[in-house]
Design a protein around this ligand. Structure first.
Ligand code: KG4
Ligand code: ZN
Length: 342
């Protein structure tokens, strides 16, 4: 079965073609990061307009790279939610019009399910069941994943998402948007233990997180400094921030593995690209003989491959999951817990 995947929930237009026998045939991506950088965050209206500009050439590119004619696909998977309504509408209307023109069925995919399953695209994938840490710009969740569609929420953030904490703290340090990768790079030049930031909810006993206090701690630390603009001071604060957030994430992952008695951890979402987080998780896992799985770096942040893949997995389980109705609905808010296995 060959599935075309379309992702347009936020600021990346991603198109991919996945073959359940041969694997990923092609993927094409356009990131709007530069477009939104001067505003310090994603501007929804600009995002929608840019998806419209990029989506057709990207679809053409994906077919060309795969060496396939559009008619060769069996189904079209598109991100139905959650995300920005206007941005989601671009991908879903592309899916509906292609589906109608080609006479192919559609399947709406949950964006976070795409992230959750993305490590299965790797060469040595994990096997069910596993614990998943989902850390993106909008979400921070620990889930127990038993199979496609069977997800149990173990814990989540009570306020800011991990990516949001990275981005907001980076902004306070004068770094460009999106700040996650920037603050991570700056932290590499920082010295450990020059500043100490709190580890929110580290000992809360549950698997929930709270990150909004961290950016306040970054702000307070900057305000106390005589030379907050000094490059080494900024690097030391970045280091303290990264150490704090990574400590909490790694500790809660260890706790989730202990609690579920599972031995595999899957890390998904944009923050999963973070080098310090990967090092801490690898370290934690090595000590306890757990295994950690990461998506390929290019599939950590939003992309079409994970949507094509999640759609294909659902269709393998239940061919009736796709429909020929081309009236589409998007779900800007769509709790992952609403998904069922069938
Ligand atoms: O999953 P994603 O592409 O988009 C959604 O939010 O769905 O995640 C984007 C987030 C941003 O907050 C970005 O700053 C963060 O992932 N991010 C990183 C790194 N790369 C991306 N955060 C820390 N370190 C990184 N290397
Ligand atoms: Zn995402």
């Amino acid at each position: 079965m060959i599935v075309l995947g379309i992702e347009s929930s936020c600021d990346e237009t991603g198109i991919a073609i996945y073959d359940t026998e041969k694997g990923l045939l092609s993927h094409a991506l356009y990131s709007q990061i530069a477009l939104h950088a001067e505003y310090g965050g994603v501007v929804p209206e600009l995002a929608s307009r840019d998806h419209i500009r990029r989506i057709v050439p990207l679809v053409e590119q994906a077919f060309e790279k795969a060496g396939l004619k559009p008619d060769a696909i069996d189904a079209i998977a598109y991100t139905q939610g959650p995300g920005l309504a206007g941005a989601l509408l671009v991908g879903s209307s592309m899916a509906a019009s292609l589906g109608m023109a080609l006479g192919k069925p559609l399947i709406g995919v949950h964006h976070l399910e795409g992230h959750l399953l993305s490590p299965l695209l790797a060469k040595n994938p994990p096997v069910f069941p596993f614990v998943a840490l989902l850390v993106s710009g909008g979400h921070t969740q620990l889930m127990r994943v038993d199979e496609v569609g069977r997800y149990e929420l173990l814990g989540e953030t009570l306020d800011d998402a991990a990516g949001e904490a990275f981005d907001k703290s980076a902004k306070l340090l004068g770094l460009a948007y999106p700040g996650g990768p920037e603050i991570s790079r700056l932290a590499e030049r920082g010295r450990p233990d020059v500043f100490h930031l709190p580890r929110p909810m580290l000992h809360s006993g549950d698997l929930n997180f709270s990150f909004s206090g961290l950016k306040t701690a970054v702000l307070t630390t900057l305000k106390k400094e005589v030379h907050p603009e000094d490059d080494q001071v900024r690097a030391d604060i970045a280091r303290a921030f990264v150490d704090a957030i990574v400590d909490v994430l790694a500790a809660k992952c260890a706790q989730a593995l202990r609690q579920t008695k599972l031995r595999q951890l899957v890390v998904a979402g944009g923050v999963g690209a973070n080098r310090q987080l990967r090092a801490a998780l690898d370290n934690m896992a090595a000590r306890r003989r757990y295994r950690v799985f990461y998506p390929e770096l290019e599939f950590c942040t939003d992309n079409g491959a994970m949507i094509a893949f999640a759609g294909a997995m659902r269709l393998l389980r239940n061919p009736d999951a796709a429909h020929m109705g081309y009236g589409f609905t998007v779900k800007p808010r769509w709790p992952l817990e609403e998904l069922t296995a069938a």
